[in-house]
Design a protein. Structure first.
Lengths: 195, 195
DNA sequence: AAGAGTTTTGAACATACGGTCCAATATAGG
DNA sequence: CCTATATTGGACCGTATGTTCAAAACTCTT
């Protein structure tokens, strides 16, 4: 009972995430969030606590979801593993100004001063590294990658390449260039095939 | 004539850069800068203008220096080009908490909202890409990389790997892991040798 | 209809912020 | 020693910030 909520919590969180992702934590005021979500400041505080709690919540959700996505990418036949890695690296066609990854943005902005953010970032990256290692192992089993190669390092190379491509995309580097880099990364990994 | 300055401009700029690099632009107040540099706000404003001008100055200097460093890395004999690429990627031994790159931090935080920052970031990354392309071309001439490979894309792979390694370092990922990724990146590029 | 329980609202609050100003101070040249 | 000039450090201002709160609005139960 009680007065019902006028807003959809998931919608509000999605909007707040978008704003945080665009202007960062310190660059976003509670007024900005209030305006973007349509909720008054009082409602925001009532529903989510203070600004830090709201951000932490959004960041946690994002990391969880990123980890799940990574785990989901591992599922599938071995002989398509390389394609799945490739698809992950490619910049989407209609790419303008970059949606960007909250994990990257929050880590860059806050890891130094916020231990909770740093810890969550680290474990999330470790999940990504692990998923990519598994994908490389699949590609090895499929004969697409040298079975003697260090799967963990090669998987890591995919993760760093992904991060790097996004960083350059944020600076406005030509998407076509970035996609050729993605191709080169996969080619380099696949060239370790024993012919 | 008149009263001479009590501070060394370069020292102040270096300190301010460190602070900006740690807590970001929006996360750093003018009082923070004043405390860190030992200069009063009045002196800061007299010497460097407002907070935006100071940051832009520091960022410009950093980009210029990063571009020069990249250009300097190109100098040297062809048969050491691959080593120079490798050395650039390696994380320094005494690495704790990451010094980090102002270019990456500023781009992540501000590119979306600040056109001047975004433009400078883009041209700086293009200089980095160009330097790495030249280094790969050197390695090709030395016979360390397949001469038929796309040197621009392989050079880009080095840049994105570098960016990615730093992003993961910021999250606290084990430096040893990152160095194995750096090794893998160089190995992958070098494996394009025609034997 | 009345009451209990929630949420919304909009204003109020204290503080922190970026930015400005100025009297006091220190120095170089005349 | 004096004058001109630059720096200094702190007081000061208006605004924006994060946060709280009392009152109103609303739904469900009794």
């Amino acid at each position: 009972m009680g007065r019902p909520r006028k807003f959809d919590e998931r919608e509000v969180l999605a909007t707040a995430r978008r704003v945080f992702n665009e202007t960062g934590f310190h660059g976003t005021s509670v007024d900005d969030l209030s305006r973007a979500t349509g909720l008054s400041k009082g409602s925001l505080y009532g529903a989510f606590g203070d600004k830090d709690a709201l951000f932490q919540r959004i960041f946690d959700d994002y990391c969880t979801s990123a980890g799940q996505d990574a785990a989901a990418r591992v599922e599938g036949p071995d002989d398509e593993a390389l394609n799945r890695l490739h698809a992950w690296l490619r910049v989407p066609d209609g790419h303008r100004g970059s949606l960007g990854c909250l994990l990257a943005k929050a880590t860059a902005e806050l890891a130094w001063e916020n231990e909770a953010i740093a810890a969550r970032s680290r474990t999330t990256y470790e999940i990504l590294l692990d998923s990519c290692r598994r994908l490389v192992e699949q590609a090895q089993r499929a004969g697409h990658v040298d079975p003697a190669a260090d799967a963990e390092a090669l998987g890591g190379l995919v993760v760093t390449t992904h991060r790097g491509i996004e960083a350059l995309a944020k600076a406005g580097v030509d998407p076509a260039t970035l996609n050729r880099i993605a191709d080169a990364a996969i080619d380099s990994i696949a060239l370790r095939v024993r012919v």
